[in-house]
Design a protein around this ligand. Structure first.
Ligand SMILES: [Zn+2]
Ligand SMILES: [Zn+2]
Ligand SMILES: [Zn+2]
Length: 319
């Protein structure tokens, strides 16, 4: 079973690599018009920052200065060749994140797809803003895996978005590329996570020249049959689960209930990667308690000094 899954994944990877090779050769001359840009629209875990009920130092500044805002983790993809835009995850901060992605353009026309990773609140609850109580969008394509499809279409209030045609549900399959033009594909792949309401996927975003990996939520790396170390080598950017820096920050919760890979565990796992490969890694989906949010902190400096990165809102990459 594991072998089959891995083989399928490798075939998808191979196809992706062939696709990239193909595109970069044929479109070299018109590269300026062929760009796909990837924007980091948010970097924080589902609960956001400031976090409800947090009286600790991590959120103090954010409660005091309400204009200082970092959104919940989300990526925006703009295909400049055909002027189409995609959002990965619909967070509670979707209003200002879509402003960053498409400015004053009409959401029903210029938001050409939303890809959801899973049914945890920070990753899909922003969809409510597309409903008739708010923007009332028209048939925005909503790309989801089978269990998420079932969840949205058979539970209120989400089913109303489908009934009123605010969204147009599109089905994704594990490891099957969703082709969004001759210069852009997005590939979902299953990852282990607490799957109460839906399965959980990460995404591979394949542009004309470069490929990015987005895995905001995953259980410990060891629980996945795919080697994340090998995967990092095959892509150009890897936005990876950096929810917690280490076990110290969760003093009031049972850590076995929250089995994310700690950043320090990932640093150890990735320690033998080349400098070039280490530079590809951007930790994202940081919990409000994660000391690495603060750029003057020792943990942030430790991550950077070892050759890795912490994702920041407004970062932009060409794919
Ligand atoms: Zn999450
Ligand atoms: Zn806090
Ligand atoms: Zn989650």
């Amino acid at each position: 079973m594991i072998f089959i899954k891995q083989t399928k994944f490798n075939i998808a990877l191979l196809m992706s690599i062939m696709l990239i090779g193909c595109n970069s050769q044929t479109q070299k001359k018109e590269i300026k018009f062929d760009h796909v840009s990837l924007k980091v629209l948010g970097t924080i875990q589902d609960g956001g920052i400031p976090h409800l009920g947090c009286n600790k130092k991590c959120c103090e500044e954010y409660f005091l200065n309400q204009t200082q805002r970092i959104g919940v983790s989300s990526l925006g993809i703009s295909n400049l060749k055909n002027n189409k835009n995609y959002l990965i995850d619909a967070t509670p901060d979707i209003n200002f994140q879509l402003k960053k992605l498409i400015g004053n353009e009409n959401i029903s026309k210029k938001l050409n797809g939303i890809f959801i990773t899973h049914a945890h609140m920070g990753h899909y609850s922003g969809l409510l803003n597309l409903g008739r109580e708010s923007f009332s969008s028209s048939l925005v394509p909503l790309f989801v895996m089978p269990k998420m499809h079932e969840f949205i279409s058979s539970n209120g209030p989400w089913d109303q978005l489908v009934k009123l045609k605010n969204v147009d549900l599109k089905s994704l399959s594990n490891n099957k590329p969703e082709v969004l033009g001759d210069n852009l594909s997005i590939v979902p792949f299953l990852v282990p996570h607490r799957d109460e309401y839906s399965e959980t996927v990460g995404y591979k975003i394949i542009g004309p020249n470069k490929t990015a990996l987005f895995i905001p939520d995953i259980d410990k790396w060891e629980k996945w049959e795919i080697s994340i170390v090998e995967l990092v080598k095959e892509v150009d950017y890897a936005f990876l689960d950096g929810t917690f820096y280490d076990a110290k920050e969760i003093n009031n919760r049972d850590i076995s209930e929250i089995p994310h890979p700690f950043i320090i565990e990932s640093l150890e796992l990735f320690k033998n990667l080349s400098v070039v490969d280490k530079n590809k890694v951007y930790f994202i989906h940081l919990n409000h308690t994660n000391p690495a949010i603060d750029k003057s902190s020792v943990p942030f400096k430790n991550i950077i000094s070892k050759g890795f990165n912490v994702a920041e809102g407004n970062m932009e990459f060409n794919l």
